[in-house]
Design a binder for this molecule. Sequence first.
Ligand SMILES: [Fe+2]
Length: 215
Amino acid sequence: MVRTISQIETDKGQDELRRADYFPTLVYSALLHDAEDMNREILAAIRAEQARDQKGIERSNFRSLGGWHSHNNLHKDPAFKRLTQRVEAMASGISADLGYDRNRQLEVTTMWSISNPPGSSNRAHIHPGALWSGVYYVQAPEGAGQIEFIDPRIVNLMNSATFQPKKKRNTECWTKVKVKPVAGKMLFFPSWLYHSVEPNLAKQSGPDGERIIIS
Ligand SMILES: [Fe+2]
């Protein structure tokens, strides 16, 4: 979409300055209306999985810092069916928004859970083999680590303009984006977008202090 930004004054009239935004990085979000009920159900399913598989696997989590990562096929477990359906419904919304072929459907191909107790975090990574990735927050105590998206336009980081001090930059001029975790919130982003998770600084100890997500 090309839009007019301003009229530039010249000696004998005005020139119209227009702008088009190409190559955007899209992050979709949604807050589930039945989050409380959903999270009770999903948390119980995660706890059952943790009891069954205490060691978990190591991916972006640091097992040495206590981060637990489940296996990658939770979407095949009936206990996670309700959430999987909601993710796929949301993915349909994204498909429609972007004009994807209506005869094809985005589907969940891998799904896992990560628990970050206070002090633990997740390394920067991408998700090869997928089109879209997402996170659903099951439990997010105050201070739980924010997800950070890293500007994929590496060339853009070679030089930077000087911005007006004390003025919040326009979102299109950000070079990193942090999103605060909120229980019941879903985020969707392109699988090629590098992301990491800050350390969980929650004050609570024990199970209530864990940052728990489904990816
Ligand atoms: Fe990820």
